[in-house]
Design a protein around this ligand. Structure first.
Ligand code: SF4
Length: 239
């Protein structure tokens, strides 16, 4: 165990934990855009910056990657931290000026949602956090999307920007996307969903009749687990 101080609060934490983990356990809120318990931290969005003091040295670090240490003093809300977070968010807003999620976060941080820097002309909503790509690969186990191009042109897409044949329509990428870039449309009846340019037929629960998962997703789970598709055709509520 190690003893540290976060926002003047004395805290005991397990060695190896990150500042973000320990802060959350102790009710201290640090904003993040690319943090998800199902994924390894990546430090991509830089919104979780905090100030740490160890000995005489003070510096700004990403709290999702920085591990706690004996005697560490952490400030999650110093003027320096807030200024750094505002700058990060202003840069993200310049890339994604139309992202509702980023504009809401800007309001929470007390900054103008109108971009301080010249907005990107293509008005992408992708902040390049890689949450979708990592979720598809590490959690879903499919690898249907990735990045193409470089520099300011860099964007997440399906291979060769064509309909991805390996996508199973699970929607996990849209669910974790923190900026609303990945759009998923479901019909009014729920019998089909569209994502990454493909339309997926939804399976109805054989107990309640509600459409609950894409047929391709159930086939994928059946193939990887050996459970017959028919046994998977029951929604969570009816299981
Ligand atoms: S919807 Fe397709 S691209 Fe998105 S996580 Fe699922 S399989 Fe991957």
């Amino acid at each position: 165990m190690v003893n540290l101080t976060i926002d003047n609060k004395k805290i005991e934490a397990e060695a190896g934990q990150t500042i973000l983990e320990v802060s959350r356990e102790n009710g201290i809120v640090i904003p993040t855009l690319c943090s998800n318990e199902a994924l390894e931290p990546s430090g991509a969005c830089r919104m979780c910056l905090v100030e740490v003091k160890h000995g005489k040295r003070t510096r700004i670090v990403t709290s999702c990657l920085y591990q706690v240490a004996e005697g560490l003093i952490v400030d999650t809300k110093s003027e320096r931290v807030l200024a750094a977070r505002r700058l990060v968010l202003q840069l993200l807003l310049a890339r994604c000026p139309e992202s509702k999620q980023l504009r809401e976060m800007a309001e929470e941080l007390g900054i103008q949602p109108e971009p301080r820097f010249t907005p990107d002309q293509d008005k992408s909503k992708c902040i390049l956090c890689r949450m979708c790509v990592r979720t598809c690969e590490k959690v879903v186990g499919v690898c249907a999307i990735g990045f193409s191009y470089r520099g300011s042109e860099k964007n997440v897409c399906t291979p060769f920007q064509e309909d991805s044949v390996s996508c199973i329509g699970c929607g996990a990428c849209a669910y974790v996307c923190p900026s609303g870039h990945i759009e998923m449309e479901t019909t009014e009846t729920g019998d089909s969903r569209k994502i990454w340019g493909r339309t997926f037929k939804m399976k109805s629960c054989k107990v309640c009749g509600r459409y609950f998962a894409p047929e391709d997703q159930l086939k994928f789970i059946s193939t990887t687990t050996g459970v017959p598709v028919d046994d998977l055709a029951v929604c969570i509520s009816c299981r």
